[in-house]
Design a protein around this ligand. Structure first.
Ligand code: ZN
Length: 497
């Protein structure tokens, strides 16, 4: 059997995935509401086709053949990695009995619908039976997937390959020990910046111009993508030459769309930078959710909320929104860097964000290991928010019901957000070391220098390496919380003290 046959078959699957992505993008941006029910069936059919092809007897033959030691050792690095990724996915998906998988998929889509209502009504009891069903399935899947030390490892693997619960706990403990007292110092002894200048009326058309301008500055390729509006911003790749970003405009707050555009733009630069030689291969992808998030956070925070970037970009903002013409740059820089413990994860700042993730990780890990029940979640949530963030949760809508992830069966996803913040600081530290005048380049608007560094060190490899190995390859050391802590301490001490 030739490796070409393996690729031909997998490229067929990849083409269905591109079609699925296009349907998904349309459903979340441009689709007329009347099409919702029928289009869901189209999406369902495509998903089923992808599932069937991925678990077919033909696929089983490829997996068996190319994993034979004598065959496998002769493969090139790229071929071996593609075989590895396909094998892993095949074993995971085919370990679940198809009817159970289908029931789980239905439970998740019902769960998402009920969650939306339950959130509006702040009614956890309404969502509880659905979440119990979803968690029930996940606990079964964990046994099918298998794990060595902790059941939660089996779920983490989907989002952050080779990360373990044990490693995660260690890094969280180290981070928590420094971050919690630092936030306490900032909020009790520091002087919070004045954010009143950010209030105003910002028409949508001008915000659209701003989004275009910032993406262009980031060297996002508009010939290989586009930007549209959506309720919950996301980035979606549809193969070579089509990586789309979305954003969400608020007329009373221009920072929301601006930073979410930079965030999604960071994801998009990653996807636009994967080597074209990997087109339609399993490695034509990001290394992990956490590595992906590190690229978005770099542009949103390490660049987007830096003084150097605003030295370059503030005049552009002032041109689009003349109300900023009398505002000193320094005042603006401080205003976009307010840090404040708050209830909602997606609205939290770069210093307090990781605490929101720690809360969710600890609860998920306890849930999957039967240390707590679904019924306990609201109470545990509120206790942890009080303990970590020092605030009272007024109702479940602002607490345990705020995120969509659990309703869609995505348990194990949250840690990627925190890992993204940590990876981002560690990568950026290396970038600054390797490009000594990086800040000056950013001040001059030469953002391509950073983009090129990311492309050469991270983007072009796609999913060729596990995140752990990629991090060491780029930065020379394993994951450490110290890069993030040093970054926030230096930056926010200067702003607050
Ligand atoms: Zn993201």
């Amino acid at each position: 059997m030739e490796i070409k046959e393996f690729y031909d078959y997998n490229k067929e699957i990849a083409k269905f995935k591109v079609a699925y992505a296009l349907v998904e993008w349309d459903m979340r941006t441009k689709m007329p509401p009347k099409a919702a029910m029928d289009r869901a069936e189209v999406a369902g059919k495509l998903a089923r086709t992808i599932f069937d092809m991925g678990t077919s007897p033909k696929m089983a033959t490829f997996v068996e053949y190319f994993n034979r030691p004598k065959i496998n050792e002769k493969l090139s690095e790229v071929d071996r990695r593609n075989v590895y990724l396909v094998t892993k996915e095949y074993r995971r998906v085919s370990s679940i009995p198809p009817d159970e998988f289908e029931k789980f998929t239905i439970a998740c889509s019902k769960g998402e619908n009920v969650w939306q209502e339950a959130k509006v009504e702040s009614n956890f009891a309404k969502f509880k039976p659905y979440l119990e069903e979803i968690v029930g399935y996940l606990k079964k899947f964990v046994e099918y997937y298998g794990y060595e030390e902790n059941k939660y490892d089996a779920l983490l693997e989907d989002y952050e390959p080779s990360m373990t619960t044990k490693d995660l706990k260690k890094i969280i403990d180290e981070l928590k020990a420094e971050l919690v007292p630092f936030i306490k110092d900032l909020t009790s002894k520091g002087k919070a910046p004045d954010t009143s200048i950010l209030k105003g009326n910002f028409d949508k058309a001008s915000q659209e111009r701003l989004s275009h301008e910032v993406l262009s500055a980031m060297t996002y390729d508009f010939n290989g993508g586009r930007i549209d509006e959506t309720a919950h911003p996301f980035t979606i790749g549809m193969g070579v030459g089509d990586v789309r970003v979305t954003t969400n405009y608020h007329v009373d707050d221009m920072t929301s769309a601006l930073f979410s555009t930079m965030h999604e733009g960071g994801h998009a630069l990653y996807e636009q930078g994967v080597s074209e030689a990997y087109k339609l291969m399993p490695i034509y992808n990001g290394a992990s959710m956490g590595i992906h998030e590190s690229q978005s956070r770099t542009w949103e925070n390490l660049v987007g909320r830096s003084r150097s970037f605003w030295k370059f970009f503030f005049p552009k903002l002032q041109n689009i929104f003349p109300q900023f013409k009398g505002v000193p740059l320094e005042k603006f820089y401080r205003a976009i860097n307010l840090t404040k413990p708050s209830l909602i994860r997606i609205e939290s700042d770069e210093v307090t964000y990781n605490l929101h993730i720690m809360i969710r990780f600890e609860m998920e890990e306890a849930l999957i290991n039967d240390k707590i029940k679904v019924a306990d979640l609201p109470e545990v949530w509120n206790e942890k928010v009080k303990q970590y963030l020092g605030i009272d949760v007024p109702d479940n809508a602002h607490g345990v019901l705020q995120d969509v992830h659990w309703s869609g069966g995505q348990i194990g996803y949250f840690p990627s957000y925190m890992l993204g913040n940590l990876y981002a600081s560690q990568f950026f530290f290396t970038a600054k070391k390797e490009i000594p005048n990086l800040e000056e380049e950013i001040e001059n608007g030469n953002l391509k220098v950073l983009r090129e560094w990311q492309r050469e060190k991270i983007h072009k490899f796609g999913a060729l390496y596990d995140p752990k190995d990629l991090l060491i390859k780029v930065t020379g050391e394993p994951l450490s919380h110290k890069f993030f802590m040093n970054y926030v301490k230096e930056k926010f001490s200067e702003i607050y003290f």
